[in-house]
Design a protein around this ligand. Structure first.
Ligand code: IMP
Ligand code: MG
Length: 179
């Protein structure tokens, strides 16, 4: 697997430091509240697990599966809920945990859907942002790293369901896509 990586973009150490920084901000902003964290599977599960360990609030966590990418590197405008949260979010302060904001389709649609359920608030925490690729604007309150317009893998992010288990974020060699 490591042989498929061209370059490491964000190291394990950088990820760890950023996760702690983001958690500290959330702890401070929500100190009077118990927000509900909603993790968008599958890509966010590694980031979410690390982040949640540093959250000092009496918070619940739930999971959603939405489809935006099929299996390759191209985006689609349609977002489908494949698995929903198990509870009502009415009146709750929701923090969405996402792996990456790319075109913005996934999150803009998701925020719209969640807001129709009358939560007290909805904010987004994303590990990575690719601002150059944005098609729909999304307000990301807690943002980890900005990266260039390159397809990245690792730390939960996949290419065709692989490479999620890399402890860093990196770029694949071109020949991997050509296979
Ligand atoms: P968006 O709807 O285009 O913003 O795409 C968001 C989703 O696409 C993310 O949650 C990822 O699952 C996936 N995605 C976008 N860019 C990348 C990338 O560089 N590597 C892996 N997955 C990505
Ligand atoms: Mg994905």
């Amino acid at each position: 697997m490591l042989n498929d990586i061209k370059r490491i973009l964000i190291t394990e150490e950088q990820l760890k430091a950023k996760v702690e920084e983001l958690a500290a901000k959330i702890n401070e902003d929500y100190k009077e509240k118990d927000p509900l964290f909603i993790v968008i599977l599958k890509g966010s599960f590694v980031f979410a697990a690390d982040l949640f360990k540093h959250i000092k609030l009496k918070s619940a966590i739930d999971f959603m599966v939405v489809s935006s990418y099929a299996s390759g590197t191209e985006s689609s405008g349609n977002v489908k809920i494949l698995k929903d949260v198990a509870q009502s979010i009415e009146g709750k302060d929701v923090v969405i945990i996402e792996d990456i904001v790319d075109t913005g389709f996934t999150l803009s649609n998701l925020v719209k859907i969640l807001k129709e359920r009358n939560p007290a608030s909805v904010e987004i925490c994303s590990c990575v942002d690719k601002p150059e690729r944005r098609v729909v604007s999304v307000d990301v309150k807690y943002k980890g790293f900005e990266v260039e317009n390159e397809f990245i893998v690792g730390y939960g992010l996949d290419y065709a369901e692989k490479y999620r288990n890399l402890p860093f974020i990196g770029i694949l060699k071109e020949e991997v896509y050509e296979k």
